[in-house]
Write a protein that binds this ligand. Structure first.
Ligand code: 13P
Length: 249
C-alpha cells in the first residue's frame, strides 16, 4: 500500500522561538490517522527542530538543497550538511524556487541525483500555472516537468521519490483545485509513470496534492484514490489546523 504523507512546508516563516513554540504545540496534538507527518522549517532552525521534537514521530525535512556535494557556492546548503543534522528528506522543485530563483527542470534533475546519491528521499514538486490550466495545456506542462527532471532515473529510484502536484494558481491563493481536478491530474501522473516504468512502480509512488489545503477541504481531496497526501503551506503554521489535515485520512 502507498504511504499517506502530510508534510508542512513552513517556507520562510517562523524564527527560532516561533519554531520551538509551534513544535511544542504540534507535539500536544493527537494523531488518529496513519499518515506520515513531516515538517519543513527553514535551514537555520532544522537542528533545533530535531532537538525539540525528540521522541516524536514527526519527521523534520528540508525545503531545498544545492546539487553540488560541496565547494564555492556561497549561501548554499549541501546534502551532507542536511544529513549531518539528521535530515533524510528534501523538498525539491517547489514552484517558488522555480519562479523566484530560476530553478529549471535540468537543474532539478541534478539536485534529484545528488539527493538520491546521498540516500535521501525527495519530495519532488511540479505544477502548471493558471495560463496553462486556462489554455488546457496543464497535462502537457506537468508531463514535461516530470519527464525532464525524473525520467533519467531507474524504476528502483522511485522508492525514494514522492511526487507533489502543486498547481501554481492554487498556492497561497485560497483557491483549491477541486477534488475532481486533483484526481484527474494525479491519475494522469500515475499513468505517465506507468507508461515509462510499469504499473507496479507507478502504483507504489505516493502523489501529494498541494495548494490551499485546509481543514475544511482536506477530507474530500484525500478521499480521491490517487491522492496520497498533502503538502501544506499556510495551514501548516497552526498546530490545530495542521493536525486536522493530518487526521483527515
Ligand atoms: P498553501 O497551502 O499556503 O497554498 O501552500 C502550498 C504549498 O506551496 C506547499 O508547498
Amino acid at each position: 500500500m502507498r504511504k499517506h504523507i502530510v508534510a508542512g512546508n513552513w517556507k520562510m516563516n517562523n524564527d527560532l522561538a516561533m519554531t520551538q513554540s509551534l513544535i511544542t504545540e504540534l507535539k500536544k496534538q493527537s494523531q488518529t490517522s496513519n499518515a506520515e507527518v513531516m515538517i519543513a522549517p527553514t535551514f537555520t532552525n532544522l537542528w533545533s527542530a530535531f532537538e525539540t521534537l525528540k521522541n516524536s514521530k514527526i519527521e523534520v525535512i528540508a525545503q531545498n538543497m544545492h546539487f553540488a556535494e560541496s565547494g564555492a557556492y556561497t549561501g548554499e546548503i549541501s546534502a551532507e550538511m542536511l544529513k549531518s543534522v539528521g535530515v533524510q528528506t528534501v523538498i525539491l522543485g517547489h514552484s517558488e524556487r522555480r519562479a523566484y530563483f530560476n530553478e529549471t527542470d535540468e537543474l532539478l534533475a541534478k539536485k534529484v541525483d545528488t539527493a538520491l546519491n546521498n540516500k535521501m528521499r525527495v519530495i519532488f514538486c511540479f505544477g502548471e500555472e493558471l495560463v496553462d490550466r486556462k489554455s488546457g495545456n496543464h497535462e502537457t506542462i506537468v508531463e514535461n516537468q516530470i519527464k525532464k527532471a525524473l525520467f533519467h532515473l531507474e524504476a528502483d529510484n522511485f522508492k525514494n521519490i514522492v511526487l507533489a502536484y502543486e498547481p501554481v494558481w492554487a498556492i497561497g491563493t485560497g483557491e483549491t483545485a477541486s477534488p475532481e481536478q486533483a484526481q484527474d491530474m494525479h491519475g494522469f501522473i500515475r499513468k505517465t509513470l506507468a507508461k515509462k516504468y510499469g504499473q507496479e512502480t507507478a502504483n507504489s509512488v505516493s502523489i501529494l496534492y498541494g495548494g490551499s489545503v485546509k481543514p475544511t477541504n482536506a477530507k474530500e481531496i484525500f478521499s480521491k484514490p490517487d491522492v496520497d497526501g498533502g503538502l501544506i503551506g499556510g495551514a501548516a503554521l497552526k498546530a490545530d489546523d495542521f493536525y486536522a489535515i493530518v487526521n483527515a485520512f
